[in-house]
Design a protein around this ligand. Structure first.
Ligand code: URA
Length: 237
């Protein structure tokens, strides 16, 4: 069940605020009854009418992208920079699930299905996000252990489920570390490494749950299969 104004907004008909105005003006019906109560919730099986016309719901679309560097994870940008939705030609009002920084690359999912996005983003569902970070300097066992015990971000302790040193470069001035987390806080991986004294030079998200960039070059995308969508729904707790 979702709020009526949200369902109207997600159909692409109008914004959530305009939908609320239409409701208050008595122009919205659910199953033939005028609804003016802004908290009203509806389900997929309810018929919504606006000005006596049935609201067509946008069909759900699901994509996976290998996000390139230099693109904003958003649907629009006030400085006219390129955004991830510019890379996928569709009429559907898709948006990115969570955020990758401008300079971060790797797995990004996009959809117009709010429930699907919520399942992936809620830490309680335990969906792993695996990142490969190139660090300036070489991390030691002691610092990895500190990270593994958890660091405080936004007054909350975050504990990675795995941290693994993968490689030290030949000159011995940088290294590659794989880190697995469940949350999606702003700049989380960069801030976690900063908390133990390391600057992240490069960051790639290698995996979210079962999704990897396998078969996708930088900037490429594909639709998810119905089976892949069902896997995400099966992870809801
Ligand atoms: N953590 C970060 O610091 N940046 C990202 O883009 C993703 C996770």
């Amino acid at each position: 069940m979702e709020r009526l104004q949200k369902v109207i907004a997600e159909s692409g008909y109008t914004s959530r605020r305009k939908a609320e105005e239409l409701m208050l003006a008595g122009k919205v019906k659910v199953n033939g009854q005028v609804v003016t109560e802004l908290g009203t919730k509806v389900s997929d099986s309810d018929t919504i009418e606006i000005d006596n016309k049935i609201l067509e719901k946008e069909s759900k679309e699901y994509y996976i992208m290998n996000k390139p560097r230099g693109v904003i994870t958003s649907t629009s940008d006030d400085k006219e920079r390129k955004v991830v939705t510019d890379l996928i030609p569709t009429e559907a009002r898709i948006y990115p699930v969570g955020r990758l920084d401008y300079d971060t690359t790797g797995v990004l999912l996009l959809t117009n299905d709010g429930e699907f996005a919520n399942i992936l983003m809620q830490p309680k569902n335990g969906i792993e996000k695996v990142y490969l970070a190139k660090l300036e300097g070489v991390i030691k066992g002691e610092q990895i252990n500190k990270l593994k015990k958890g660091v405080e971000l936004d007054h909350v302790k975050v504990v990675p489920s795995r941290v693994k040193l993968k490689k030290v470069n030949q000159e011995g001035n940088s290294c590659m570390v794989e880190i697995t987390i469940h949350e999606g806080k702003n700049h989380q991986v960069k801030r976690m490494f900063e908390a133990v004294g390391f600057h992240v030079e490069k960051l790639k998200r290698e995996r979210i749950g079962v999704f990897t960039t396998e078969g996708l070059k930088s900037g490429e995308y594909r639709k998810l299969t119905p089976k892949e969508v069902a896997i995400v729904y099966s992870l809801k707790k």
